[in-house]
Ligand binder design. Structure first.
Ligand SMILES: Cc1cc2nc3c(=O)[nH]c(=O)nc-3n(C[C@H](O)[C@H](O)[C@H](O)COP(=O)(O)OP(=O)(O)OC[C@H]3O[C@@H](n4cnc5c(N)ncnc54)[C@H](O)[C@@H]3O)c2cc1C
Length: 283
């Protein structure tokens, strides 16, 4: 549980961070909250020879609400997101997910940028980002890129981030009828299964549904079949909601581990998708 030797640098600006990334190349790793990277280093699953600590770069931890958009700096902690009045009002599913991450220590140190950049298959935010059609902004010496969440989360610990770039901001559009339902791992609280529902309602029926699932496969995904099946459903009709959610776990190869089989994860995806839909409709 002792990491390999490494050097450490704490840039004060993005430009300094870009310079360090250019100098150290693939030997370098950015560190923000350290709550995913340091455990991996202790297990020697990651052995960077240079840690670039971006946590003191100013201007990357703001939450800015303007009109129906809310922009969250990459260094914003899970605790700050969970308690922000605008996040709770405009994107309740995001506040809900943030408040259920790990424990108090993890929520006070871990950042939304680190969680998205890490690409952990059991991470909560990717489901929210997909269902709320968030965009992720990265910056590098080459310029600024805005990437749709649907293109960002690509595989097991794999994202669209390039090695020379820093994730700087995640932007969400208001989603008042959104909710997140999670089956947490009893020890870590990572999502065994997490489902985010983002609904549009008309005349008491669902007119559009965006449903995303995390924890089940190698990366979070949109449950397209479920989204189609939910259109026209009365969300108060629990039987109809359950029937529409039946394929929630069928759209990806489910992962098995010592805690839960793939079959069980897929079955729980149906259950938690229905719970998220019911909760979102009540908002
Ligand atoms: C006990 C425990 C329980 C946890 N439970 C949960 C849970 O329930 N749900 C959940 O979703 N997560 C959980 N986590 C993970 C936690 O949310 C981490 O905080 C998060 O995944 C990583 O954020 P970080 O800021 O700590 O990133 P770090 O550990 O600092 O970095 C993680 C990775 O992202 C890269 N990175 C960091 N910031 C940036 C950036 N701005 N731009 C580009 N690359 C960057 C780093 O190079 C590294 O590869 C848990 C962690 C622990 C230790």
């Amino acid at each position: 549980m002792i990491p390999a030797a490494f050097s450490y640098s704490r840039p004060r600006s993005l430009d300094e961070a870009f310079a360090l990334l250019a100098e150290h190349g693939s030997e370098a790793k950015l560190v923000a909250g350290g709550h995913s990277l340091l455990p991996m280093m202790k297990l020697r699953l990651a052995t960077p020879s240079m840690l670039i600590d971006i946590s003191r770069i100013s201007g990357l931890d703001a939450i800015e609400a303007s009109g129906d958009t809310i922009k969250i700096g990459a260094l914003t902690t899970h605790a700050a997101i969970a308690s922000d009045v605008n996040v709770r009002k405009l994107v309740p599913a995001l506040a809900e997910a943030a408040s259920q991450i790990g424990d108090t220590q993890v929520r006070n140190r871990g950042t939304i940028g680190g969680a998205c950049a890490h690409g952990d298959p059991a991470s909560d935010y990717p489901a929210i980002a997909l269902a709320l059609e968030a965009t992720l902004t990265t910056q590098s010496r080459g310029g600024t890129k805005t990437i749709a969440a649907s293109n960002f989360f690509q595989g097991l610990f794999e994202t669209a981030l390039t090695a020379d770039a820093v994730l700087t901001e995640i932007a969400f559009r208001a989603a008042p009828h959104s909710a997140y339902a999670k089956f947490p791992h009893p020890a870590s609280h990572f999502a065994v299964v997490g489902a985010c529902a983002n609904l549009s309602l008309q005349g008491g029926k669902i007119s559009q549904a965006r449903i995303a699932i995390t924890g089940v496969g190698d990366h979070a995904y949109r449950a397209g079949t479920v989204e189609k099946a939910l259109v026209g459903v009365d969300p108060k009709d629990a039987t109809a909601v359950k029937a529409a959610c039946v394929d929630a776990g069928a759209e990806i190869e489910p992962r098995s581990d010592v805690f839960a089989s793939g079959h069980y994860r897929a079955a729980m995806a149906e259950v938690y998708a229905a719970r998220a839909v019911e909760a979102a409709a009540k908002r």
